[in-house]
Ligand binder design. Structure first.
Ligand code: ZN
Length: 240
C-alpha cells in the first residue's frame, strides 16, 4: 500500500478509486484537489490528531477509511467531540451580528428572476486594514485590485472556490495582499486581503456565497452567507 496524496502528475489507480467511494467523492481514480479536500474533512471527522490532518492518506488511514481495521478508541473519542466542520473559517474576527441583509432590495445588487435586485450578501463591518482570511480551502478564481476609496464601488475583490463543495466565497471592498494572485491555492484561514478604507462610510467586507462559479452574479445563484458564518462562529471559539 502506498500513501495517497496530491502529486504532480496526480496519483491514479484502484486504491484511489476505492478511497473515493468511501469519501463519497466522484470516482474517477485520480487523486485531485477535490479528493484531497474530502480526505482532510474525513481525517477531521475520524478524530485524526490535528497536526496529522494533512490531506494525505497513509496506508493505516486507508485501512481505517475502508473499514479493514477499526479506528483506535483515542480517535473515536476525539471524533465524538468534533461535530463542528473543519471549514468554513470566518473571514473576519469581528461579530457580523444576526441581521440578514440577503433579501434587502438594492439597486446595485444581484438581479433576480422576479425583476428585483437584492443585496444578496452580508456587509461584515471591521476596521479598515483588518486581516481578511480565506473562508475555505480551495483556489482563488478571481483576484482584483482597485484603488477607489469612495462611491459604491471601491476596493478590490477576491473569489475563492471551496474544494469541498465547489461553492464560491466572494469578498468585496478588500485589498488583496501582495503576492495573492488568481489561480493560487489557499488553505482555510490563510490571510488573503485587508479590509479596504472607505471614505463614504464604515469600512466593511461585502461577503457573498455563490452556489456555483458558473452561476455568476445572480440572486438565484446565491446563498445567505450569514447562517453559514454564524454556524462556524458558534462551532469555533477562534478560527481553526
Ligand atoms: Zn454590501
Amino acid at each position: 500500500m502506498r500513501t495517497l496524496r496530491l502529486e504532480d502528475p496526480p496519483l491514479w489507480g484502484d486504491d484511489v478509486a476505492k478511497a473515493q467511494v468511501e469519501l463519497g467523492v466522484h470516482t474517477d481514480g485520480i487523486f485531485g484537489p477535490r479528493t484531497a479536500a474530502h480526505v482532510r474533512s474525513w481525517q477531521w471527522r475520524a478524530g485524526i490528531r490535528r497536526r496529522s490532518v494533512d490531506e494525505a492518506l497513509s496506508p493505516l488511514e486507508q485501512r481505517w477509511l475502508l473499514g479493514e481495521e477499526p479506528l483506535p478508541d483515542s480517535h473515536r473519542k476525539r471524533a465524538s467531540k468534533r461535530k463542528r466542520p473543519v471549514e468554513p473559517v470566518w473571514a473576519l474576527r469581528t461579530d457580523p451580528g444576526d441581521m440578514s441583509e440577503f433579501r434587502i432590495e438594492d439597486p446595485a445588487g444581484a438581479p433576480s428572476v422576479d425583476g428585483h435586485r437584492y443585496h444578496a450578501a452580508k456587509d461584515w463591518v471591521a476596521f479598515a486594514g483588518s486581516i481578511v482570511r480565506s473562508p475555505a480551502t480551495g483556489r482563488l478564481v478571481d483576484v482584483r485590485r482597485d484603488s477607489r476609496r469612495a462611491g459604491k464601488i471601491f476596493g478590490g475583490t477576491i473569489k475563492v472556490q471551496s474544494d469541498l463543495d465547489l461553492r464560491v466565497w466572494v469578498l468585496r471592498h478588500v485589498d488583496p495582499l501582495p503576492g495573492i494572485e488568481e489561480g493560487q491555492r489557499v488553505i482555510a484561514g490563510n490571510p488573503v486581503a485587508l479590509v479596504a478604507r472607505w471614505n463614504d462610510g464604515d469600512a466593511h467586507a461585502h461577503v457573498e456565497l455563490w452556489r456555483a462559479l458558473g452561476g455568476g452574479y445572480r440572486f438565484e445563484n446565491m446563498l445567505d452567507p450569514l447562517p453559514v458564518i454564524q454556524r462556524a462562529r458558534r462551532a469555533w471559539k477562534r478560527p481553526p
